[in-house]
Every structure is written in C-alpha cells, then in structure tokens.
Design a protein around this ligand. Sequence first.
Ligand code: ZN
Ligand code: ZN
Length: 187
Amino acid sequence: MSAGDPIWIQSVGDTVPLEFLDSLAARLARVFGRSCRVLGPSLDPAPFYDPDRGQYWSTAILRHLAARFSDAPARVLGVADVDLFVPVLTFVFGEAQLEGRCAVISLCRLREEFYGLPPNPERLLERAVKEAVHELGHTFGLRHCRDWRCVMASTHAVERLDLKEADFCPACRRVVDTAGGFSADAR
Ligand SMILES: [Zn+2]
Ligand SMILES: [Zn+2]
C-alpha cells in the first residue's frame, strides 16, 4: 500500500442510487487526488439495527467493514441511507476509525426532506461530499479543526455543514497530502 491508496465506496442498504454514488466518487477523487470507485453489491444494514432506538449503530458497521476489508489496498467509505447513532449521541452524520481504514456516513439527515423541505439533490450531494471528506479525513489521523471553514470543523447540524467548505484548510491539507499508506495492522 502506498500514499496513494485508493478510496472504495460501499453502499449500505440498496436505496442509494448508483449515479449518486458515482458523483460522490468523482468529487472525492478530486479532493483527495487518488482514485475512487464504487464497489458492487450493497451491504445489508439489518444486522446493525437497534430496535430500541429505531436507528443503526455506526460503530458496528465500521467494525464489519474493517474486518471485511482488512487486507484491502484501499480506504473504504460506507454510504448509508439509514439513520446512524452511537450510544452517547442522538444521531451521527458519520463515524470513522481515527488513522484507520474505514469510515461511514449517512445521507438520512443530509436530505432536505428530513426537515420537511422539498428535495434538493444538489444540496444533498454537496453535504454528502463534505461529510465524506470529513470522515475520511479522520482516517488520515486528522482531528477536529478550529477553522470553521475547514471541512474538518466539527458539525452537528446541517446549517453548519452548509457553511463550511468541502475541502481542507492548509494545515489539514498538509497532513492529508503527506500521509503515508496505512499499515496492515492499523485499526
Ligand atoms: Zn469528526
Ligand atoms: Zn483544518
């Protein structure tokens, strides 16, 4: 594996249209300067469902992806259309393994429809790109950035997501651009 490890996109559930995933892949390839492609069959999210919460546990999805792709020469981004949570939070837009191989995002709360507004496909893609770049940024070892414009700024509401940019500030960008390949035993 090298600094140019590609990014693979794994859909979680079969409700995310392939052409949306292709558009996301094209944007991620530009931001990270490495190849990005969409994998074949989607992953069934049913095993990760928590009936008490009516949501899906993102950490369990990450563990599954990490085990399944432990030998893959790539970073893997899961893209789900179901609502994700971690036990201490009401919901998450996404989660990642810090300096690991895998990340996952949810489109659920990025959709205008979730807030009772008409669908806006362009805004959905823009939000998904930001959330995907953010979570993948964590796999490069980046933590949250204090620059509110930086994609690594912490965001818990779509309004804040809309304010920040889909790219790294110069300091975060340096970390991504100088990252080596991750080792085989990385989480
Ligand atoms: Zn984060
Ligand atoms: Zn930054």
